[in-house]
Design a protein around this ligand. Structure first.
Ligand code: NAP
Ligand code: MG
Length: 499
């Protein structure tokens, strides 16, 4: 009996539906009739078919979003928006099993991680943002425009929703990526047209339905499925979209900026990373070793925050490398639906081949293999967790984002923080990073000097709904999460009244 036969009826029923675009509260097909297949990366099998949208569908969705923005949604009070966000969180919990199964089938992540994402991360994020609508406030300003005296003029600011938001998301963590766009949209009173990654569209579609069930009016949340260079490009260029929220690669981020230039839409970008993990010789190794293994191999390394460049003090270098290699070898590799699997497949054959080619390039350039380095011969796109040692800053796998389970280790020889900082910062990216030490002075200096949007001490990728997250350098523009994550969805109006 296959593992898939144990899926819930809700999941089986969802998969066999004909999946269109969610526009103005209705499921609709593409004008062209074109579709694409959705695969399970654990075995390569087709699990669903989806309509492939283009310019026509994007235009219909943007018009629906504009009408909803100016119509019914604009009459929702902030308290009503709070209640809707809270209700979405409840519905996510009520549909926990189905969302977990769809996310695993689509993306391949292991069951415990899917349970954490669908049971904790996503509902708690919606509840956090449910608290914001009633707290979005302007200010009264002690201004004297045109020489008015106090008492002759009243000046204040209004924080208004920016309008129609276009969102484009990647495949590596499908549901959280969509959550990051929907929650601030609803909290601020914007409307949304979202194009999910063509490789993983399932939970985005289901979440759109749950939003409708929670009372979000038609046209507020629209989903257009399809490919990046057609549907995605049409959304980024659409003249009636006010803002683009993009998460994906740095390369596509640049294309988004160009496409957005036509109507100068506002742009936020959450892009790639190549984050450093720095282990000093005084670190508590029994925590640093599993911490560094998780930092790199979490989500099979298909994680923008992944700590893929390890800098380790020479006194503890061998012990740390051996420890992480032992942890990597012990990970049970297998389909995410098998609850005992700890390490799932990569998203596609293409991605697996890409990872393999980076490892090969590193070995040719002089790196050494401490563990892994092979694709599995079983069906699906599995690739072993891999460690390359003796790496140098200019080696191909060190300077490129691999987006796979490959840890590149460099050693440092003394406690000259300048050198360690320089090495850690020698990348075009600046997304995350971690420092492992028991010395508070070392930690405090390192967190200030690592040029990343997030740095953690004795932990990696410390994500929380309330903590702003985003990239420095070529890792992005702007922040998501927390109060700062609302800012790109708002605009400020300065108002002065005299009488
Ligand atoms: P990607 O290739 O850049 O694709 C991201 C999204 O953009 C997909 O929906 C894609 O559509 C679409 N797209 C592609 N070309 C486009 C174009 N010309 N115009 C508009 N949209 C276009 O990235 P990915 O491979 O899906 O995801 C991996 C990347 O995402 C990594 O670099 C990772 O670091 C980054 N990421 C960053 C964060 C963060 O918070 N900073 C979080 C997660 C991932 P298709 O589905 O058709 O390709
Ligand atoms: Mg898939």
């Amino acid at each position: 009996m296959s593992i898939e036969s144990g899926l819930s009826t809700a999941t089986k029923d969802f998969l066999v539906r004909s999946h269109g675009h969610f526009i103005n509260g209705q499921w609709v097909a593409s004008d062209s009739g074109e579709t694409f297949a959705v695969h399970n990366p654990a075995n390569g099998e087709v699990i669903a078919h989806c309509a492939a949208g283009g310019e026509a569908e994007i235009d219909r969705a943007v018009k629906a979003a504009r009408a909803a923005f100016e119509g019914p949604w604009s009459r929702f009070t902030s308290a009503q928006r709070s209640r809707v966000l809270w209700k979405i969180a409840d519905l996510i919990e009520q549909n926990f099993q189905q969302l977990c199964e769809l996310e695993i089938l689509d993306n391949g992540l292991p069951t415990p991680l899917a349970q954490y994402v669908c049971g904790m991360v996503v509902p708690e994020f919606f509840r956090y943002y449910a608290g914001w609508p009633t707290k979005i406030e302007g200010a009264t300003i002690p201004a004297s425009p045109q020489g008015k005296l106090p008492g002759q003029v009243f000046s204040y600011t209004l924080r208004e929703p920016i309008g129609v938001v276009g969102a484009i998301t990647p495949w590596n963590s499908p549901l959280p990526m969509v959550m990051l766009k929907i929650a601030p949209t609803l909290a601020t009173g914007c409307t949304l047209v979202l194009k999910p990654a063509e490789l993983t569209p399932l939970t985005a579609m289901r979440l759109a339905e749950l939003c409708a069930e929670a009372g979000v009016p038609d046209g507020v949340i629209n989903i257009v499925n399809g490919f990046g260079d057609t549907a995605g490009a049409a959304l980024a260029a659409h003249p009636s979209v006010d803002k683009i929220a993009f998460t994906g690669s740095t390369e596509v981020g640049r294309k988004i900026i160009h496409a957005a230039a036509g109507n100068l839409k506002k742009v936020t970008l959450e892009l790639g990373g190549k984050s450093p993990v720095v282990i000093f010789d005084d670190a508590k190794l029994e925590e640093a070793i599993p911490g560094a293994a998780r930092a790199c191999f979490f989500l099979q390394g298909q994680n923008c925050m992944a700590g893929t460049r390890l800098f380790v003090h020479e006194y503890v270098h061998d012990q740390v490398v051996e420890g992480i290699a032992a942890a990597a070898r012990a990970m049970k590799i297998g389909p995410g639906l098998d609850p005992s699997s700890e390490f799932g497949p990569l998203i596609s054959a293409e991605q697996r081949n890409r990872v393999a080619s980076y490892v090969e390039a590193g070995l040719i350039e002089g790196a050494e293999l401490a563990c892994g380095g092979k694709a599995l011969s079983s069906p699906g796109y599995f690739y072993e967790p891999t460690i390359l040692t003796q790496t140098q800053p200019d080696m191909t796998p060190v300077c490129n984002e691999i987006f796979g389970p490959v840890l590149c280790v460099q050693r440092f020889g003394d406690d000259d923080l300048d050198d360690v900082v320089k090495a850690a910062n020698s990348t075009i990216y600046g997304l995350s990073g971690s420092v492992w030490t028991r010395d508070l002075g070392t930690a405090m200096q390192m967190v200030r000097r690592i040029d990343s949007g997030q740095v953690s001490v004795n932990m990696h990728a410390a994500i929380d709904p309330a903590m702003p997250f985003g990239g420095n350098k070529q890792s992005g523009w702007g922040r998501e999460f927390g109060k700062e994550g609302l800012e790109p969805y708002l605009k400020t109006k300065g108002i002065s009244i005299t009488w």
